[in-house]
Design a binder for this molecule. Structure first.
Ligand SMILES: Cc1cc2nc3c(=O)[nH]c(=O)nc-3n(C[C@H](O)[C@H](O)[C@H](O)COP(=O)(O)O)c2cc1C
Length: 360
């Protein structure tokens, strides 16, 4: 990985803001910008900003391209299909917590996921000079093919060994094996069980381990399991660079959270999503709560409310996606420090490996 990309360590970092992504790359890793909620013109501008910050060093962009999304960006059409029970439940949450209206749509309702918007996002990515396209959910063969033709490395995140043949058939060059521990959208198989299975199924395709990686001990373990590097998301939430995007209440909740304080809920997006447990996840788990809708209906149902909760600082409901590794992050540090600690500890952990059997 290091030779292929000219990076110093095979540590890939996913983040939702330009500064953190650039800092990961500038610290010798490989930063990847989560752009799935950005308008196409924002993607063009933000990828150019990252390029200015990293110079010739490599960075990537991540889009979520789930199959089965509607053709057009029509909120009204989706809204019309939302059951009255769900609308009433959300209204009752708004009243119980006294949430004023948001002044603008939330992150999940700025636009509605559709093929139309995905195509425009992909145009922005293809025409940029970003070095890698990471496919978060779904890796369509035509998208992978075009990115490769344009000289971009292609990568897919997967959570089950069953998805390996499809990813390989689509032409991806790197697979991220993302286990259950991971923050945000995640699957049912634990990282330890998942990574070696995906390594075996992937053959010559290199694999990065994701989900629960927080220390050099985890990185040494990932290498021992056959991964060629690691991919981290939760680790950067408490980086100094990311704090511009972080609500202070969220920061405190993250700083205090242990591994058992995260839960998987479909209430965020319609797909299983790991986040810190709060009044939000508990409301959706309570007796009488309706089952969350599928994506993108749940986005439309809750998107504005999620925006209002942050805008008006509704403390009990404020929450963030985070993985079980959040337990390891107890202070706010610059990306370069987080990276150096990972590298130093990996070297130390690798030194002690090979001392498993009694020498005599
Ligand atoms: C807050 C948050 C948001 C995320 N959003 C995305 C996303 O939009 N697309 C994606 O492919 N992965 C997303 N991820 C998952 C990361 O890419 C990564 O696989 C995961 O964080 C690795 O596990 P870890 O959280 O234990 O480090 C997100 C992770 C977090 C913590």
């Amino acid at each position: 990985m290091c030779d292929r990309f000219g990076i110093d360590s095979p540590i890939f970092g996913f983040a939702h803001d330009v500064e953190t992504v650039a800092a990961i790359t500038n610290a010798g890793g490989f930063g990847v910008y989560g752009a799935t909620r950005r308008f196409p013109e924002e993607i063009t501008e933000e990828l150019a900003q990252i390029r200015r910050l990293v110079g010739n060093r490599p960075f990537g962009v991540d889009l979520v391209l789930p199959p089965g999304m509607p053709e057009h960006n029509s909120r009204e059409a989706i809204q019309a299909e939302i059951p009255a029970e769900h609308t009433a439940f959300v209204q009752q949450l708004i009243e119980r917590y006294n949430v004023p209206q948001a002044s603008k749509p939330g992150m999940r309702t700025r636009f509605i996921r559709s093929k139309e918007i995905e195509d425009a996002q992909l145009r922005a990515v293809m025409e940029s000079d970003v070095d890698m396209l990471a496919c978060g959910i779904g890796a369509p063969a035509d998208v992978v093919g075009e990115a490769r033709d344009r000289g971009k490395t292609t990568l897919a995140l997967i959570g089950s060994p069953h998805h390996v043949p499809k990813a390989i058939a689509a032409g991806v060059e790197i697979i991220v094996a993302q286990g259950y521990d991971a923050g945000a959208h995640t699957g049912p198989i634990g990282t330890y069980s998942l990574v070696p299975q995906i390594v075996d199924a992937a053959g010559d395709i290199p694999v990065l381990a994701a989900g629960g990686v927080a220390t050099g001990r985890h990185i040494a373990a990932a290498l021992a399991m056959g991964a060629q590097g690691v991919w981290l998301g939760t680790a950067w939430l408490l980086s100094e660079e990311h704090q511009g995007d972080m609500h202070p209440v969220n920061r405190d909740k993250l700083l205090q959270a242990g591994s058992a304080d995260t839960v998987i809920t479909r209430s965020e997006s319609g797909k299983p999503f790991r986040q810190v447990r709060t009044g939000w996840s508990q409301a959706w788990e309570a007796d009488g709560a309706p089952a969350p809708l599928k994506m993108p209906y749940q986005d439309v149902l809750v998107g504005d409310l999620l925006g209002a909760i942050e805008e008006h600082s509704i403390e009990p409901l404020i929450h963030s996606g985070a993985g079980q590794s959040i337990a390891y992050f107890k202070d706010v540090r610059p990306v370069a420090q987080i990276m150096q600690a990972l590298i130093d500890e990996t070297a130390q952990a690798l030194q002690t490996q090979g001392q498993f059997l009694r020498s005599e």
